[in-house]
Design a protein around this ligand. Structure first.
Ligand code: ADP
Length: 909
């Protein structure tokens, strides 16, 4: 029946079509009973009602009504014969049809709704982002949507028919079972952990509810599962963020407020943070409308009140920064921003704003600005400093360029007037402590020429600076002294001393006159720096000069022949020059740094005798003996005292002294030598003149020959003295001629033999052939005669004298050997000195002048020969001298021929 009904009601025909069909069917069903209606009077009515009901079922109540009406009309007209009793049949007829129509429509609507619902559910399940799992009452999966597949990873065909516990995480499957158990009665939701196909754990929210049929009995369960893993996380994050934000807001130096439009004083709300900002509680703000204006910083009050008044109605937003004074009296910078809050109609309901403490930021900004300003100032200052540094660097270069400090200081003055001054003066203390103006320079072009010029001499003010060593800054417009500087009408000037090694060497003066400059402490510092460098350069140059001079002095001391040494105030030897070393035999290394009394033997006794002059004027020198390693030396010494000690200078006068002694001795000997023959001559002459006593002839002859002999002796002595004099004065000419040495020897021996004392014999030993000598024959004879006479003179006991000749390489050697007194070896050199004579004790009182050998050696020397002695005391002496042979070499043969012929053969050696 229900199926029939469902089918009947399945389709819905338009009401008119159903009515038409119903009318047709009524006719078809009723008309056959026409005439036989009386047999079965109820059947046609039942059919008619049935048709009307059918029409109503497919076409709705209206169609049923029409079909019933038509069926009744046919019944009434044809079958009931329009009997009035048939009229009541119309009511059930229509009632049944309309009822059927209403019921059919209701059925249809219900079915349609069910269909819509199912479709809707299907669509929801398909489109849902949550997994929707339908379960049979026994818990097996019967429905599996796309989201479930996406969530769990199981495909529908894999899970359909499987138990729901498949979805749960093993350990927590109980939770799912419990949920499903509860869900049979009512919907329930849990958060639990499920398991995906690949083993991932899923944090899910699972909701389950019963599925009921129309009768309300549970036909299954629906399980809706959503992955809340991310949601949980983001919820967690949101919670944290919110907490942070809350903490932040609570800590923010920010207070919010709201006031009625148009009146800032009419506070609707003020957040409690205001107390942290300004020290006045929200309640105080609420109760005291004037508080805002009162707390405003006086400098900001008018401005801010005007701004607030202009925007209090909320039509224009307020945006301001200003200062307020807190309860503690601190100035707090606030940012105030406010806007209107409007209702739905756009009317301003209230004005809402916030106050933010921006003190830190304002301070930071102010600090930043201050730093920027400071940086700019520093840049400016650095620029100035750089210029000064450049100036100093340039000045330094100029100063270091040369040791000629006069030029360099002038150039520095030029630099100064280029960069710093209208006039620059450099004054320097000279050696004699007189301050001299070294440089005066002026700027080009010179401004303020009417102010006068600096003088040629340092002004008193500058001299005072040099004197005190203190710089001076005269800057009238800065409250300094009068700007006048000597003749110069300065606007401002400064003078700094040139100080090096603690000594003031002068001053640098900078003058501003006409350029409008005014000097301050900065300029003074710069000038001092300049002066320091200049002083250093000046000092260096002077030191260098001094060192140079000292080096010269040291060189002089090194090469001077006089010994020089210096004793400091404590008597320690500080300087000992090479000549001092030479004369004393004491090396500098053993005396310098030592006390003189220790280093110089006998100094203590000598020092008192040495005259010391206290000034630089030369004092007289004293000749004193000095014990040296080389024996006693006589030195002529004097000293000069100076602030550092005493300088002694001395010369070795041992030789001069000896010569003087010899001279003195010579005078004595010569007088004696002269007096003796003179006395003899005088005596003889007197005797001859005597008349009281008659001399016989023999006696007269004896006296006369005595006179002749002694006169010869006299003249010989006088000749010797004259000849020595001539030699000394280098006024003796020596000729050169070839002569025969043998011949010369024979002649000399002949002349001597005449007065040869008894006991003496002379022998000549000559080789047969000898080269001719090339020399002055007379001088050679004089030498030979001297030697021969000495040999005779110093052989008081007689003996043999041998004169020998020998040909040597390019020379002929003469020798005179005696067997007399001999000469000690240490006198061999000295006997050839002028006046030198052996001690009379050694010569048994033999007289002489000490000139003979001197003359011999001088003559031989002038004839390009040489002379020497070989002797030992008591063993006789052998004197030798060599004279060059004549050129070309001539020989004398034994036969005495060919004297003037060149030699035929080499001379025998
Ligand atoms: P003098 O007039 O004293 O002889 P000389 O110059 O001739 O002066 O001699 C210098 C010294 O040399 C002599 O005083 C003497 O002591 C020494 N002398 C010179 N010749 C001899 C000699 N042949 N034998 C020893 N002594 C000699």
């Amino acid at each position: 029946m229900s199926r029939f009904v469902r089918r009947i009601t399945h389709t819905r025909l338009p009401w008119w079509l159903a009515a038409l069909l119903g009318a047709g069917l009524q006719a078809g069903a009723l008309l056959p009973f026409w005439g036989s209606a009386d047999v079965l009077p109820g059947l046609p009515v039942a059919l008619g009602v049935l048709v009307a009901v059918a029409a109503a079922a497919v076409g709705g109540p209206l169609a049923g009504l029409l079909a019933a009406a038509i069926g009744w009309a046919i019944f009434f007209g044809f079958l009931a014969g329009r009997e009035p009793e048939a009229i009541p049949a119309l009511a059930p007829w229509i009632a049944a049809a309309v009822l059927a129509g209403v019921i059919a429509d209701a059925f249809r609507r219900h079915r349609r709704e069910r269909a819509d619902l199912a479709g809707e559910l299907g669509a929801v399940a398909a489109a849902a982002s949550e997994a929707i799992v339908r379960l049979a009452p026994d818990g097996t999966v019967v429905g599996w949507n796309g989201a479930a597949e996406a969530l769990y990873g199981h495909r529908a065909e894999d899970v359909l028919g499987a138990p729901a516990t498949l979805l749960a995480d093993g350990e927590r499957s109980g939770e799912l079972l419990a949920l499903l158990g509860r869900a049979a009665d009512a919907e329930a939701t849990i958060e639990t952990v499920h398991l995906a196909k690949d083993g991932r754990k899923l944090v899910v929210r699972a909701g389950a509810g019963p599925i009921r049929d129309d009768a309300g009995s549970v036909v299954g369960l629906s399980l809706v599962v959503a992955d809340v893993g991310e949601a949980v996380e983001s919820r967690e994050r949101a919670r944290e963020a919110e907490a942070r934000q809350r903490a932040l807001v609570e800590r923010l130096p920010l207070a919010t407020y709201a006031h009625a439009p148009g009146d800032r004083g009419a506070l609707l709300r003020m957040s409690p943070q205001i107390e942290d900002l300004l020290g006045y509680s929200a309640e105080e703000w609420a109760s005291e409308p004037e508080l805002f204006a009162r707390l405003l910083h006086p400098e900001d009050r008018d401005r801010v009140l005007a701004e607030v008044a202009a925007s209090a109605d909320g039509l224009r937003p307020l945006r301001s920064e200003y200062r307020m004074v807190s309860r503690a009296g601190e100035v707090v910078w606030l940012r105030d921003e406010a806007t209107a809050v409007r209702d739905a109609a756009g009317r301003v309901t209230y004005v809402q704003g916030y106050l933010l403490d921006v003190s830190e930021r304002v301070r930071a900004r102010e600090e930043h600005e201050r730093v920027l300003a400071a940086a700019a100032a520093a840049r400016t200052e650095a620029g100035g400093k750089q210029r000064k540094l450049d100036f100093l660097a340039e000045a330094g270069e100029v100063l270091a360029a040369s040791l000629d400090y006069e030029t360099t200081l002038r150039r520095v003055a030029d630099l100064a007037v280029r960069d710093l001054a209208d006039w620059c003066m450099v004054d320097v203390l000279e050696d004699d402590s007189v301050l001299k103006r070294l440089a005066v320079t002026h700027a080009e072009p010179l401004r303020g020429a009417s102010n006068g010029r600096p003088g040629r001499e340092p002004e008193a003010a500058v001299a005072a600076v040099v004197h005190s060593g203190q710089p001076k800054l005269a800057s009238p417009d800065r409250g300094g002294d009068d700007g006048r500087l000597g003749e110069l009408e300065a606007d401002s000037w400064l003078s700094v001393p040139l100080v090096a090694r603690g000594r003031t060497l002068g001053a640098v003066t900078l003058v501003a006159a006409g350029s409008g400059r005014s000097y301050g402490p900065d300029d003074l510092a710069l000038a001092r720096d300049l002066a320091r460098r200049a002083a250093l350069a000046l000092d260096n140059a002077r030191l260098y000069r001094e060192v140079e001079e000292r080096a010269d002095a040291a060189r002089v001391l090194a090469y001077v022949g006089d010994g020089v040494f210096l004793l400091d105030r404590s008597g320690v030897i500080r300087l000992w020059n090479p000549a001092a070393e030479l004369i004393t035999g004491l090396p500098a290394s053993s005396v310098v740094g030592h006390a003189a009394v220790e280093a110089m033997p006998g100094w203590q006794g000598l020092v008192e005798r040495i005259p010391v002059a206290s000034s630089r004027e030369p004092g007289h020198a004293e000749t004193i003996p000095l014990d040296t390693g080389k024996g006693e030396r006589w030195i002529s010494i004097s000293g000069v005292e100076f602030f550092g000690g005493t300088v002694y200078a001395f010369r070795d006068v041992t030789e001069e002294r000896r010569l003087d002694e010899l001279k003195a001795e010579f005078v004595a000997t010569a007088s004696h030598e002269l007096r003796t023959p003179l006395a003899a001559v005088y005596g003889a002459a007197q005797t001859l003149r005597r008349h009281d006593f008659v001399l016989d002839e023999a006696g007269r002859d004896r006296f006369l020959s005595l006179i002749v002999e002694e006169s010869e002796r006299l003249s010989r002595i006088v000749n010797e003295i004259l000849l020595a004099n001539q030699l000394d004065a280098d006024r003796l000419d020596v000729s050169r001629e070839p002569f025969d040495a043998g011949d010369l020897v024979e002649r000399v021996v002949d002349s001597v033999r005449t007065h040869m004392p008894p006991g003496l014999s002379v022998e000549i030993v000559t080789p047969p052939v000898l080269p001719l000598v090339g020399a002055d024959r007379d001088r050679a004879r004089q030498v030979l005669q001297n030697l021969l006479e000495n040999a005779m003179k110093y052989s008081p006991d007689g003996g043999r004298i041998e004169i020998g000749l020998e040909a040597r390489e390019g020379a002929v050697a003469f020798s005179v050997s005696d067997e007399g007194l001999g000469i000690p070896a240490d006198h061999h050199d000295r006997i050839f000195e002028k006046f030198y004579r052996l001690d009379p004790g050694m010569t048994r009182g033999v007289g002489g002048t000490g000139l003979g050998l001197y003359i011999c050696s001088e003559l031989v020397d002038r004839m390009d020969g040489r002379i020497w002695v070989e002797s030992a005391e008591g063993k006789g002496s052998s004197f030798f001298f060599e004279l060059p042979t004549a050129e070309p070499e001539l020989v004398r043969t034994a036969a005495g021929t060919g004297a003037d012929e060149p030699a035929d053969e080499a001379p025998p050696q």
